[in-house]
Write a protein that binds this ligand. Structure first.
Ligand SMILES: Cc1cc2nc3c(=O)[nH]c(=O)nc-3n(C[C@H](O)[C@H](O)[C@H](O)COP(=O)(O)O)c2cc1C
Length: 222
């Protein structure tokens, strides 16, 4: 697959078929992920694949209650707000909520839950290259999914269930829900353009280039 196609179309897919992801494909995804850069090449990461139905069912209940707590925080205005265009963001949030509801209701049918653990992940910097590489590698295999961090609300419960050696410093960074998507891949177009989120030499100075539409696959996408 063309690298730009992967970069532009790796959307978060929450509606997944229950069909399993073959082990050799899981191997290809993780073998690509572990090529990612990481500070000092210390590789303080661990990827825990969960496909056992009983464990997924237990995690589904934890996901549901964690999400309820996140939505309570959102309602209380306690989570990060968009910097611009609250109306457009409200529309996006409605879409995320609808697909998030679907995902929550079908959580236990997700073929693969890939938990990513790290020791001292530098606020995520040390682990997100590998996480994103995993998703891009998955995309190349036709596998989609979603990065999730909402389980942080009940991280201790999750780590106890998965028998994570927390005394050694392991912490949960994210959980990737992976499977074959029901929907179609498309360009993430609901993003503010480059010139609105970039500047040159000094904060707020003109970046120097205007990008009126996504540059892949070309003008036709505008
Ligand atoms: C750090 C991080 C945490 C996220 N946590 C969740 C989550 O817990 N649940 C979920 O459904 N989506 C989660 N997402 C997915 C975002 O909601 C998603 O990227 C956003 O809706 C934009 O979707 P798009 O990339 O398909 O355009 C997370 C994404 C990131 C980068």
């Amino acid at each position: 697959m063309d690298v730009h196609e992967a970069l532009y179309t790796t959307r978060m897919m929450r509606r997944l078929h229950p069909d399993p992801i073959p082990l050799e494909i899981q191997a290809r995804i993780l073998d690509a992920a572990i090529r990612a850069p990481n500070g000092g090449n210390t590789q303080r990461w661990h990827f825990l694949a969960v496909d056992d139905p009983a464990t997924k069912a237990e995690l589904a209940a934890i996901y549901r209650s964690s999400r309820a707590r996140e939505y309570a925080d959102i309602a209380a205005g306690e989570l990060a707000q968009p910097l611009h265009d609250p109306q457009a963001h409200a529309k996006t949030m409605r879409r995320i909520t609808t697909s998030g509801d679907y995902f929550t209701d079908h959580f236990a049918e997700t073929p693969l839950l890939l938990f990513v653990f790290a020791i001292d992940d530098h606020g995520g910097a040390n682990i997100y290259p590998a996480i994103w590489s995993a998703l891009l590698a998955a995309r190349a295999e036709g596998v989609g999914g979603t990065i999730t961090t909402v389980l942080r609300y009940e991280a201790e419960r999750v780590m106890r269930l998965l028998e994570v050696p927390t005394e050694a410093g392991w912490r949960m960074t994210a959980m990737l829900a992976l499977g074959y998507p029901r929907g179609r891949w498309g360009v993430a177009a609901n993003r503010r353009p480059v010139q609105e989120v970039s500047s040159r030499n000094r904060w707020g100075q003109d970046f120097g280039v205007t990008v009126p539409f996504p540059l892949w696959p070309g003008e036709s996408s505008g």
